[in-house]
Design a protein around this ligand. Structure first.
Ligand code: HEC
Length: 169
């Protein structure tokens, strides 16, 4: 581009749009960096999944499990590994059977267990199945989020293919 043309294109609408776009991207990208730092993991796949996963979490899970993942004593279990949880046996026993609860403390268990719980729920409890209302991408993101947010630094990444495996057809 020649210097003499500069006056014509510099203040163009296209330039403004690019700059605005870059500024808008700043928010989610910074949030992603925080999330990954929080997770203590360096897997590049984590970054976008943590951003998307937190969005899904805030829409679908936060009401019961709370923003800090600590749930509500007596009703909704924490999602934070090692966190204490007091509730009736009717709530804790199904968790114990899944390997997600032991001696009063929440266990992170296996990645596959979390995927299954989110897709199919825990029958007979208030943890209902999210399979029908969330896409496989959304479930993969939210499971990745809960396994790396707060002090859960598993480094696990869930994929939509793994989610499909647990969908009943
Ligand atoms: C209506 C309240 C409610 C909502 C919304 C909800 N859960 Fe749960 N969740 C529960 C309850 C209650 C349990 C324990 C069920 C039992 O009694 O075994 C549970 C258990 C779990 C567990 C296994 C136990 C643990 O502490 O790790 C996971 C994982 C989980 N929920 C993830 C999620 C995710 C992810 C979402 C959002 C997609 C979500 N939940 C939305 C109520 C809820």
């Amino acid at each position: 581009m020649s210097r003499t043309n500069q006056g014509k294109w510099a203040p163009s609408r296209r330039c403004t749009l690019i700059i605005t776009g870059t500024m808008l991207m700043g928010g989610p990208l910074l949030a992603a960096a925080d999330a990954v730092e929080e997770a203590g993991a360096d897997d590049a796949r984590l970054e976008p999944l943590m951003v998307q996963g937190q969005e899904v979490y805030n829409q679908a899970c936060v009401f019961c499990h709370q923003p800090n993942g600590m749930g509500l004593s007596g009703s909704f279990p924490p999602l934070v590994g090692g966190a204490p949880f007091d509730a009736d046996l009717s709530i804790t026993q199904p968790l114990e059977r899944l390997g997600l609860y032991k001696e009063g403390l929440v266990q992170l268990g296996e990645l596959e267990t979390h995927i299954n719980v989110v897709v199919n729920g825990i029958p007979g409890t208030r943890m209902f199945a999210f399979g029908p209302q969330l896409s496989s991408e959304q479930i993969a993101a939210v499971v990745t989020y809960i396994r790396n947010a707060w002090s859960n630094d598993t480094g696990d990444v869930a994929t939509p293919e793994q989610v499909e495996f647990f969908r009943k057809d």
